[in-house]
Design a protein around this ligand. Structure first.
Ligand code: ADP
Ligand code: MG
Ligand code: ZN
Length: 639
């Protein structure tokens, strides 16, 4: 999602065809024929006088209506407005396809409150109501006035119609009505909300577990049936593969086509008001819970927050722990998929009203969470993927004020996020940027979205890795671990030959020279070819870290064994181990530079006292002004 790349792409495109007029509109302009009306309607219906980041550009592009549009914006970012306001400006009707009935109800309710003419057709809609909505789509004159069905009237006709994908797929009548609407020139645009659901891939990368599986897959080919109706597809963070897949499933034009290709708008990945931290996760569950409770009590005693856990069982014990630790001051509630619907709704409502401070949840607490002043999101356990983590942690600070995202991490946790959590030196913002740009999403990013002025090389200045050394006592020391890597590879080869399988713990045991009874290892040790016991300069945590690093780098490998109760990971030599086992330790020690493995470690400078990792460095404040500046700088950045 690197917008920096996007802007340079745009620049080079221009260089290649200097004679051609730039086909890309400047969608940030405010002098379109509709500009003034757009502002008026925003104010009148939604009391909005300031558009967020990409909203104005998307709305202008939508109003222009020349191209299909793909919007990637985090949940709560304000995607709905991007099609709702253009819908109000158009003479016809906007069809919105959304996979979740509860989301549809929510939207319809809000639009009715805002005095917007809106209809919906879902499974539970009565035949009369459905007929009424369909008739009013074909032409407002035909629609008979019905009290209560919607907020529309003759002066306020239906402008948006929400349907589920199933409705379209199953109802021939609805589809033929749509064709009538289209022929009458009244189908302004088709909106496909949560469009990642179109893609099977979207489900593999699924963040929102409440999204019904594959529902959008049952759909007609809108582009073929309604060739002149533009499509707007919307989703939250969407990995490049899913994006490509959805574009092809919906039959949208390639974003590479400069004349009329799909415009892809991606909001800046980095949110300057979020402070990311990774804290060491104590191995004892009660100690961890106590740490979480202490952290909340210390920093955010009566503020809204979310604690994400992996299992339902954990949610309960964490909630109990918080109550106990805070002596009942911090009110928390649990939320997971197995709760009855009304219970879920009740908890969510209490939390929104700040009668519950903390929701302790599994990732079932996801879709539709849109609470602006969430001050912290704590991960008791690691997310399944970086996408998931970005999405879940991103529910913090929607109001633009400072918020914290804390991940409790232990090396043994899960593997997808090892790189993120293990990195103790690189700014977390940069880690996210690297991750999300690695599959080349930038090629799909339209120049319009080159909104992020913060360059890839710039650090955020606030995450744990940026502030780790602020106390002047901690330093990162890069250590050469080539000899350690050699030892591990040799040990593992020898153990493998001796047909002994080792877990992480056992391996460290051997490495520290404890209980080496096994013949192959003993021979190795006696020959001096391995460094056992390992030198004292590494603690057990650090030994684990070294092993994990070597796994990530393919020097070592994990071999998983599944039993009914647990999964055991044995460590074995990896594909790159060969490079080592035939090197001599002496050569390496004398600086054979063909292989050199280095890893930074945190060290306390002489005379410095060790800081409790849960204690944050001296507070750096970002005032609301600064947050505003960051936002307006973001706006300026596109020029
Ligand atoms: P999503 O991107 O998840 O679909 P929504 O469109 O539901 O997000 O918007 C989330 C919230 O943000 C809504 O309450 C909406 O009213 C609010 N919102 C959207 N745009 C603006 C804006 N420009 N200024 C203030 N609030 C806004
Ligand atoms: Mg939405
Ligand atoms: Zn940083």
């Amino acid at each position: 999602l690197s917008s920096l790349d996007a802007s340079s792409n745009a620049a080079s495109n221009r260089d290649e065809s200097p004679l051609e007029e730039d086909p890309q509109q400047d969608y940030s302009r405010e002098d379109f024929p509709w500009s003034q009306k757009l502002r008026e309607l925003a104010k009148k219906h939604f009391s909005i006088s300031r558009f967020r980041n990409l909203q104005l550009l998307i709305m202008n592009a939508a109003k222009e209506g020349k191209r299909d549009i793909f919007v990637i914006m985090p949940t709560g970012g304000g995607k709905s407005l991007c099609y709702q306001l253009p819908a109000l400006l158009d003479p016809g009707v906007t069809l919105v396809i959304s996979p979740l009935v509860s989301l549809i109800r929510d939207q319809v309710y809000h639009l009715q409150e805002a005095g917007v003419g809106v209809g919906m057709i879902v499974g539970a809609t009565s035949k009369e109501d459905a007929n009424h909505v369909m008739d009013s789509m074909v032409g407002p004159a035909k629609a008979k006035k019905r009290a209560g069905a919607s907020a529309e009237s003759e002066e306020n006709p239906i402008k948006l119609v929400y349907v589920t994908p199933e409705k379209i797929a199953k109802s021939k009548r609805f589809l033929s009505k749509l064709e009538q609407v289209y022929t009458a020139g009244r189908l302004s645009r088709i909106v496909i909300d949560e469009c990642h659901c179109c893609s099977q891939l979207g489900h593999d990368f699924r963040y929102d577990y409440e999204t019904p599986p594959l529902s959008l897959q049952f759909r007609p080919d809108y582009k073929t049936i309604f060739p002149n109706t533009p499509i707007i597809a919307l989703t939250a963070t969407c990995p490049p593969l899913v994006l490509q897949n959805v574009i092809s499933i919906l039959n949208l034009k390639s974003p590479h086509d400069p004349r009329n290709g799909t415009l892809v708008f991606t909001s800046p990945l980095h949110r300057p008001n979020l402070i990311y931290r990774v804290l060491p996760k104590p191995s004892s569950a009660p100690v961890l819970i106590q740490k979480i409770a202490t952290w909340i009590s210390r920093y955010y005693p009566a503020k809204s927050g979310i604690v994400y856990c992996l299992s339902k069982k954990d949610t309960q014990s964490v909630a109990d722990g918080i109550a106990k630790e805070s002596k009942g001051v911090i009110k928390s509630g649990v939320y997971h998929a197995d709760l009855p619907e009304d219970q879920k709704e009740r908890i969510h409502k209490l939390w929104r009203e700040n009668r519950l401070h903390v929701i302790v949840a599994t990732i079932a607490f996801g879709l539709g969470i849109n609470h602006p002043d969430v001050r912290f999101v704590i991960h008791h356990s690691m997310s399944k993927s970086v996408e998931g983590y970005y999405q879940e942690s991103g529910r913090a600070g929607r109001d633009g004020l400072l918020a914290e995202c804390v991940l409790f991490f232990r090396d043994q946790d899960v593997h997808g996020m090892l790189n993120y959590a293990q990195d103790i030196t690189t700014c977390r913002k940069i880690l996210f940027e690297r991750y999300f740009s690695k599959d080349g999403i930038s090629q799909y990013t339209a120049p319009e979205s080159a909104m992020n002025p913060v360059s890839l090389a710039q650090t955020c200045g606030r995450c744990d890795n940026c502030t780790r050394y602020d106390d002047g006592k901690t330093e990162a020391v890069v250590e050469d671990i080539t000899v350690q890597a050699l030892t591990l590879c040799r040990l593992l080869v020898a153990l493998k030959e001796g047909e002994e399988r080792v877990t992480m713990l056992k391996l460290i045991h051997y490495w520290k020279g404890l209980g080496q009874k096994k013949a192959p290892v003993e021979v190795l040790i006696r020959s001096g070819e391995v460094e056992v016991p390992v030198s004292k300069r590494f603690g057990v945590d650090e030994l684990e870290r070294i092993i994990n690093y070597l796994i990530l780098e393919s020097y070592l490998e994990e071999d998983f064994h599944f039993t009914a109760y647990t999964t055991i990971a044995y460590i074995t030599p990896g594909p790159k181990a060969k490079r080592f086992t035939n090197k001599r330790k002496e050569d390496i020690k004398q600086g054979d530079s063909s292989i050199k493995i280095q890893l930074p470690f945190l060290r306390i400078k002489e005379g410095g006292a060790k800081r409790d990792p849960i204690t944050r460095p001296a507070k750096r404040r970002m005032s609301k002004d600064k947050a505003d500046d960051a936002e307006s700088a973001t706006k300026k950045g596109k020029r």
